[in-house]
Design a protein around this ligand. Structure first.
Ligand SMILES: [Zn+2]
Length: 493
């Protein structure tokens, strides 16, 4: 029994100017292939680790052609897409009994708005009947092609995503059972014309809590797998939006369950709408919360327009600039992406005073905005190599590379400056730069929901800060041309 296991993950923000070369799929170097995949992922909290564990336990021979995972950014080129898809298709074409894929489900390439659908279509060309199981992110924008060409689709049931390994198990189990004579299940799927706001998608917030709880109940009632995909809205493609998938041997039962999930989401669509607050009011409120909220730990200031885990440049300076101007002190900020500034600080050395034009390097043509560097003068506090291992509940055990990293103290604000995009969701990113969040009054994070995984426990209170960036929470500034319409809440429905 031979099983091909592969990973090809990208959440594409079609409004993002951040490029997506092949090296982005390997965290700064070419993505691992062959044995290197097993070495990189075995024992981690990834779907691919679950595939490896289950296949080894079943005594299967494993082939791992490639594990490619890029932080969210702009569409990749056809050459990059063809290379990674080609590695996977070549391995399948050599002959196998099943395919297990760890995909994101919102990938766009230069020529394909539905990257995963295109990958599965190509696999079907070389292996029309091989069983295919796919683990997907909750931010999947699901297509008819994916539902047609896969045999099992299973999505995360948590956001922040802390059940990635378990999702791999849910995707692989029905496929492995089919190797032992059990028939392959049916897929029931559907969509609703709604774009849930990312800031309202957390699985401990309503209505997603109810939706994901219902998925787990359906599985407890005997359904093989149930998933609600809240979708990724920063994608100008026809298929963006909310969808659901239920896997079962009884196709009618699966269909009913799928419609039930979709109906709950549609009925409660207004709760998925995010209400914006003016940045000055947010910072005023942050100061007030600091004075009135008892306990220890920082007031978290979320710079939610610019999180790199949704394709943000991570170098916009609106929120940071306003924090500096407002005179808040005892602040740590994670992080500004600016490799050039880090090199300047390395040349100056620890303890040196430097004046830098920080961030603002990438223009954002989709928003008709130029980058706005922030000129600051401060002292270089620390310089580190920027590598750490996650030990929180998300992507547990995986090694993270921030690249050369510096901490710059400007007045009462310690600014972490990194050379590779990393969204803060694990305490490791702060430990690596010698920052103890409990010793700060304020902690600025470029994040939306993922920070909750490993950092929320430190927060005394949270204030969401509307800044600048291609992950803007103001949908009215995004120009959609390809998205199917009408679409709630862009259109009154
Ligand atoms: Zn996601």
């Amino acid at each position: 029994m031979k099983i091909v296991i592969a990973q090809f993950k990208h959440e594409t923000n079609t409004f993002s100017p951040v490029p997506t070369p092949l090296e982005r799929f390997g965290g700064g170097s070419a993505p691992p292939e062959g044995e290197a995949v097993i070495k990189a992922y075995r024992g981690t909290g990834s779907a691919i680790a679950a595939f490896i564990d289950l296949c080894e336990a079943a005594g299967a021979t494993i082939e791992t052609p490639i594990a490619a995972s890029a932080a969210p950014s702009a569409p990749c080129s056809d050459a990059v897409f063809d290379y990674i898809a080609g590695r996977i298709c070549d391995a399948v074409a050599r002959g196998c009994d099943a395919v297990l894929l760890d995909l994101h489900g919102a990938m766009v390439s230069a020529s394909h708005d539905d990257g995963e659908g295109e990958l599965l279509r190509r696999i079907r060309l070389v292996a029309p009947h091989v069983p295919i199981g796919v683990a997907l992110d909750m931010h999947t924008n699901l297509s008819a092609g994916m539902a047609r060409d896969a045999n099992v689709l299973a999505g995360y049931q948590t956001y922040p995503h802390i059940d990635i390994y378990e999702t791999g198990v849910r995707a692989a189990k029905p496929i492995l059972a089919s190797m032992h004579g059990c028939p392959l299940p049916s897929i029931a799927w559907g969509q609703r014309p709604m774009l849930p706001h990312v800031m309202r998608q957390g699985s401990d917030d309503e209505p997603n809590r109810t939706l994901q709880t219902r998925c787990r109940e359906l599985e407890a009632e005997g359904m093989l797998s149930a998933s609600v995909f809240v979708g990724f809205p920063h994608a100008d493609i026809a298929i963006a939006g909310l969808s659901a998938v239920v896997i079962d041997h009884d196709v009618e039962r699966a269909r009913q369950a799928c419609e039930e999930l979709l109906d709950i989401a549609w009925r409660r669509r207004e709760e998925f709408v995010y209400r914006l607050e003016d940045l000055d009011e947010s910072l005023r409120r942050a100061g007030e919360l600091d004075r009135t909220t008892p306990g220890n730990g920082p007031i978290v200031l979320l710079d939610h327009y610019d999180n790199c885990a949704s394709g943000g440049t991570m170098d916009t300076t609106t929120v940071l600039g306003r924090i500096l101007a407002s005179g808040l002190t005892d602040v740590a900020a994670f992080a500004l992406y600016d490799p050039e500034a880090v090199q300047q600080m390395i040349r100056a050395g620890v303890g040196a005073e430097v004046t830098l034009a920080l961030g603002g390097h990438l223009p954002m043509p989709s928003l008709a905005l130029a980058g706005e560097p922030l000129t600051v003068t401060g002292r270089v506090l620390r310089l580190v190599d920027g590598t750490f291992r996650n030990h929180g509940p998300m992507a547990t055990g995986q090694i993270v590379h921030m690249g050369p990293t510096a901490v710059l103290a400007v007045g009462g604000v310690e600014i972490v400056v990194i050379s590779q995009h990393v969204e803060p969701h694990d305490i490791g990113c702060l430990e690596a730069v010698g920052i103890d969040p409990m010793s700060k009054r304020f902690l600025m994070l470029k994040s939306r929901v993922h920070w909750r995984a490993g950092l929320r426990k430190y927060a005394r209170a949270v204030v969401e800060c509307a800044g600048t960036g291609v992950c803007t929470s103001d949908f009215s500034t995004l120009h959609f041309h390809k998205l199917r319409r009408p679409m709630y809440p862009l259109d009154p429905m």
